[in-house]
Design a protein around this ligand. Structure first.
Ligand code: ATP
Ligand code: MG
Length: 402
């Protein structure tokens, strides 16, 4: 189906806008926190929203006008979503590409099933990076015992064996030192298709978020510097001097090439490793807004979710502007436990008494260790200001200093 030029609230591409028309509905596959923040941004611009997620208590479903709770592949659920939505996006990459293909027969869907399918599969993703001329870590695809044996000759150890599909937050990954450990790890991962990646000496990690419209117009946010702990994003920092200029230019050019290479429509995050020798390789991409972009909610004149709405609705894109130095602390369920492992309520009053703190909680009722419960943005006039406050907030919350 031909995508409409622009879906403004109160009108549609097909009929001319009427001030009293029902607002248009934007649909989203997935009801997690990213969907919730998309819903908030869409509603701010006057859209109605519809969320498809099997969980009746999903963070996005709870704040959306409509919540269809069926499975992602349930054809009646998909029909309902398409029937009420003018255009549909996704908030997590593991939504079955088949479901997006079904929806795309009925409504404009962005990002496309093809782009999401690449991001869902580490082997396809790495092949895409290579095609776009962006280097990634040395790797081998392992789908058979023969491929595993062949990989042993490729100087990839010590390495990380990662399942090709369904991994997130470091899940589905095993660090392997030698051939015996690699064989054992592949057994442990039930011999599903994997990639073996060489373990690289990381200097730092960073990411870039780009938004690309149907017309190919592209804008990007500043490059984020990220700290991961145990495979999960812990801290994102974005302020003057947080990264060398040349590195930022390189990361932005690479992210744009990766988006362009798949004719991407929507918001895309590309994660990079900067090695100790200063060289840069791409790690992975997420076909949606990203945890490392949450600082944009408070530190930029448009957030990554605003741009997701604009790309979905076919509205113009203008370069977002960061107006404040920013640090984001990820609030994992761990913050709800004290040092002895007993449950507690985090001391929000002390945190919010600090200047420039913005608390975002996702409405999840149960705190579990490593579960993303929310994030704290700290904004300020300078790097020093935000670092001082963020470190104080981290100490109050029991988050390790950085
Ligand atoms: P996400 O939640 O970002 O999707 P994921 O499960 O896809 O996470 P990766 O991004 O592959 O996991 O890896 C998580 C973290 O593990 C990285 O951010 C990095 O800190 C570390 N890591 C992954 N691959 C390598 C590597 N080849 N060399 C060194 N460190 C690595
Ligand atoms: Mg990652």
């Amino acid at each position: 189906m031909t995508p409409p030029v622009s879906l403004l609230p109160g009108g549609s591409a097909e009929s001319s806008a009427s001030p009293v028309a029902e607002p248009l509905t934007l649909g989203v596959m997935g009801g997690g926190q990213l969907g919730r923040m998309f819903v908030h941004a869409a509603q701010t611009m006057g859209y109605f929203t519809a969320v498809l997620d099997p969980d009746a208590q999903s963070p996005a479903g709870r704040v959306s006008h409509r919540h269809i709770h069926t499975d992602y592949t349930d054809s009646s659920g998909l029909q309902q979503l398409a029937a009420c939505s003018a255009a549909i996006t996704t908030e997590f990459e593991n939504v079955p590409a088949l479901a997006l293909r079904e929806l795309a027969k009925l409504r404009p869907v962005s990002p496309s099933a093809d782009a999401v399918a690449i991001a869902q599969d580490r082997a396809a993703e790495k092949a895409h990076f290579v095609k776009c001329g962006v280097p990634c870590a040395p790797y081998a695809v392992i789908e058979s015992a023969d491929q595993l044996t062949a990989a042993l000759t490729q100087n990839l150890l010590p390495g990380i064996l990662k399942t090709a599909r369904m991994g997130y937050d470091g899940k589905g990954q095993v660090r392997v030192k030698d051939a015996a450990a690699l064989r054992a790890a592949w057994q442990e991962l039930k011999q599903v298709p994997c990639v073996l990646e060489k373990m690289l000496p990381l200097g730092l990690e960073c990411s870039v978020i780009v938004a690309r419209g149907r017309d190919g117009q592209m804008v990007n946010f500043p490059v984020q510097r990220n700290l991961h702990r145990e495979g999960i994003l812990a801290v994102t920092e974005v302020y003057e001097g947080h990264l060398p200029e040349a590195l930022q230019l390189q990361a932005v050019a690479a992210a744009r090439a990766i988006a362009q290479g798949v004719n991407y429509v929507g918001v895309l995050c590309v994660e990079f490793f900067v090695l100790q020798d200063g060289s840069m390789v791409v790690n992975e991409m997420a076909p949606r807004p990203h945890n490392s972009g949450h600082y944009t909610l408070d530190a930029c004149d448009q957030s990554q979710f605003d741009l997701q709405v604009r790309t979905l609705a076919g509205l113009p894109l203008t370069p977002p502007r960061q107006h404040s130095a920013a640090i984001m602390l990820n609030l994992l369920g761990d913050v709800w436990f004290d040092a002895k492992g007993a449950k507690r309520l985090p001391d929000w009053s002390s945190v919010l008494a600090l200047p420039g703190t913005h608390l975002h909680l996702y409405g999840k009722t149960e705190a579990r260790k490593a579960r993303k419960m929310g994030h704290l943005n700290v904004t300020g006039a300078s790097a020093k200001d935000v670092r001082d406050v963020a470190l104080q907030a981290a100490a109050i919350l029991g988050i390790e200093a950085f």
